[in-house]
Every structure is written in C-alpha cells, then in structure tokens.
Design a protein around this ligand. Structure first.
Ligand SMILES: Nc1nc2c(c(=O)[nH]1)N[C@H]1C(S)=C(S)[C@@H](COP(=O)(O)O)O[C@H]1N2
Ligand SMILES: [Mo]
Length: 402
C-alpha cells in the first residue's frame, strides 16, 4: 500500500513536471532540400509560434516540444486546410447552421448552434492526426504539404454525439454513409469542394461527436469554429471543420477527395473495421491511425547533460491503447523500456519517460518505438504509398552529451 503510493507519487512528479525544455526555435533539421528554407514561425489568428508550412491555405504545424504535454493547448494546435476560402474570424461564421438531409433520412432538419448546445453532450480526449503527418521526412520525396511531426494534437472535445444529432432527422434503415461538408470554399471555380464521408457504423459510435468545445473553450476559428466532427481513432481528414452539411445516404460518396486522395494500397496497413463501401480491389481509404510515438524532449540537435537526462514524449494508436514504449540511445541497435504514465483515455496520448544514467560525452542517436495493446508495433521499414501516409517508422534524433 505504502510502496504503491510512493511509486504513484514519484510517477506524478515525473510526469507532472513543468516542461523544462526551452521553447524550440529550431526548424526541424531533417526536412528535404528546399523545404527547410521556406518554413518559419508565425503567430496566426488564435495561435502562437506555429511552424508555417503554407499560408494559402493555412497549414501550420505544432513545434515538437509542445508534445511534452498529453493535452495540446488550443493556441498551439495544428491547422490544416485544403482550400483557400477559409473563415478568417469567428464573425465569418455568424448565422452558421447545420443541415441534415439525404435520401436516407425521413425528415430533413436544420440546426443552429443553440440546438447543439441544448443537447446532452459527450466528452472525448482524442488525438487528431493528419494522415500525412511526417510526410516531409518521406524518402523518396512525395508531393503534398511537407508535414514534420507537428501535424497532430490531442484535445478534450465536447459536444453531442453525432448519432443523437442524426436522430432528429430520423435515419432510414438503408443508410450506408454520412457525407460531410464544411463552410470553407475553393478560391478557383472547378476545384472540388472538400467533402468526406464516414460509414454508418462509425457515425453511430457514441464517441463520434459534433464538437462545439475544445479543451473547455469554443473551437479556435481555424480548428473548425463553431462545430466540427470528431472521429476518434481515425485520421484527421474525416474531422470536418465548420461542419455545415450532413447527408445521410444509401450510396457511397464519389469525388476527388474520396476516390483519388487519401487512399492507400489494400492490405498495407492493419485495420480493425474496414470502410467497406469505399474499398476497391486495389485501394482502401486511409482510416484508422497506426501505432506511433514521438520524442518531444530533448530536441533534435540539442545538448544534454552527460550526468543523465530525461527522454520524454508521447505514444498513441487507433484506440486500443499503448502497452509499451522502448527507447534506443544508439540509433536502434539496443532498446530499453520507458516508464509509461497512466493511460488517460483510449484515444489519447500516453506519455513516457526514461531517465538515462551517466553517459560518455559524445553524440547519441535517440529513438522511440511503441507497441499497442493489440500487439502492433511501429513499422521497421516505411510502407511506401503515393500519398506518403501513415509514416510510423522510428526516426533517430541526434543529441550531444556534454
Ligand atoms: N472544413 C474542413 N475540414 C477539415 C479539413 C479542411 O480542409 N476543411 N481538413 C481535414 C484534415 S485533412 C485534417 S488533418 C484536419 C485537421 O484539423 P485541424 O486543422 O483542426 O488541426 O481537419 C480536417 N477537416
Ligand atoms: Mo489531414
């Protein structure tokens, strides 16, 4: 009893310690040629010190040191858009409403924000991660936004369950997919609207919510104000922001975003529940997150204390939970177990820490790799796919012990 309390106390102290790492001013060194020069820090609306990958549309990555915390603050949460016609402030969303129509509803309805506020709400602590997170490191180079490690974040999302929202429109038994649309628009005519769909099964999961709050505050404008879909365990592309349009249909959504983008070769990545209505013989949509982890402290190129230092970071997966995180100090030749913080929630980050002993002065190549409860471990070799999706290969960062 006593011993247990002591261990718990020690753990809390370790994991509860304020971030000692200084705010990073370093642009990730490993970016491909030509990319590094254009990345810079910006303070866009509602945000501070984000890595600017593109300005039009806004694509801002979270600096790695932010992931010493299990919850990502709203003003450091990444921003990802496909189209340039995005709301510039919450006032652009005045008069917002959400329509629920489609051939598989009996009674089309339109909801205002006050309707959502009046409904019972759920709270989910979940990681939102872009399928293309880390694409910037993929070698050979692939086209698309050159994300580093910061195309992800974990927040407390709150709002009514999508299934309760759909109930108002009376879903028919033949419902197959829920089609999603947001308020952002292409600047050039002819560019397809960004629309995605999810299968009925995921739509009716009680953890799939129409979030109207993020970390106990309204959503920042560029994270989807006033309402966005939260699809825990699935990549960010389904988490429709500024959600204005829902269609419940008996047929699969066909458009560029579903049929061409966001697809991977069939069978390449493990999936618990396949998105059957969008699968073809050769490719499937990228859906469930793969197991992954990241060292947030120390940072690439950093100097560490040779008398011993802490290696800290987070691990996550599709919701089965993290079972183990291993750390290598020698570029992957040998591994040792890190200490895991208590699990916060199935879809959340799980923090890890390893205290090194005294080390000889010199350069060390640090790596981490996570294993999930279902026994999946991060890939050893990159599974090459045209979109550069799902990169979960442990990557070494170099630090100098002095
Ligand atoms: N309306 C709208 N919703 C969107 C997108 C978009 O371009 N427009 N991008 C999606 C993608 S690909 C990702 S990764 C997440 C990113 O969410 P964030 O910008 O809040 O971090 O939003 C998703 N929802
Ligand atoms: Mo994404």
């Amino acid at each position: 009893m006593r011993r247990r309390r002591m261990i718990a106390g020690a753990g809390a102290a370790l994991f509860g310690a304020p971030a000692v790492a200084a705010e990073s001013t370093r642009i990730p060194a490993e970016l491909p040629d030509g990319t590094r020069e254009v990345v810079h820090f910006v303070n866009p609306s509602d945000k501070r010190r984000m890595l600017c990958l593109t300005d039009r549309p806004p694509n801002y990555a979270t600096p790695v040191n932010v992931f010493t915390d299990a919850v990502t603050p709203n003003d450091r949460f990444y921003v990802r858009y496909h189209l340039t016609g995005v709301p510039m402030s919450v006032y652009d969303m005045d008069g917002w409403s959400l329509s629920i129509t489609g051939d598989a509803v009996e009674r089309p309805v339109q909801m205002r924000l006050s309707d959502l506020l009046d409904m019972p709400s759920n709270e989910v602590l979940a990681v939102c991660q872009s399928a293309g997170n880390r694409r910037g490191f993929v070698d050979p180079h692939v086209a698309g936004v050159q994300w580093t490690d910061g195309g992800m974040g974990c927040a407390v999302w709150r709002g009514p369950a999508l299934r309760d929202v759909l109930k108002a429109a009376k879903v028919k038994p033949e419902a197959l997919e829920v089609w999603l649309g947001g308020a952002d628009k292409p600047a050039v005519e002819g560019t397809p609207l960004f629309r995605r769909s999810i299968p009925m099964e995921k739509a009716l999961d009680g953890d799939t919510i129409v979030a109207i709050a993020m970390n106990n505050a309204p959503l920042p404008v560029w994270n989807g104000y006033p309402a966005r879909l939260v699809v825990p365990g699935w990549v960010g592309t389904y988490w429709m922001k500024h959600l204005t349009r829902i269609e419940v249909t008996s047929i699969p959504l066909t458009n560029y975003w579903m049929e061409t983008a966001y697809r991977v070769p069939a069978g390449m990545f493990p999936v618990e529940r396949p998105f059957v209505s969008q699968a073809t013989e050769t490719t499937v949509p990228v859906t469930e997150l793969v197991v992954n982890s990241l060292i947030a402290d120390p940072l690439e190129g950093g100097e560490v204390d040779r008398s011993g230092f802490n290696i800290r970071g987070v691990a996550w997966d599709r919701g089965s939970g993290i079972n183990r995180v291993e750390i290598s100090l020698d570029g992957g030749h040998s591994w040792q177990d890190a200490l895991l913080d208590r699990p916060l929630a199935p879809y959340a980050y799980r923090r890890f820490i390893l205290a090194t002993g005294a080390m000889r002065p010199g350069t060390y190549r640090l790596m981490c790799r996570a294993t999930s409860r279902t026994g999946e471990r991060q890939a050893e070799r990159l599974k090459i796919n045209p979109g550069g999706y799902h990169d979960n290969v442990p990557r070494a960062i170099s630090v100098v012990a002095a």
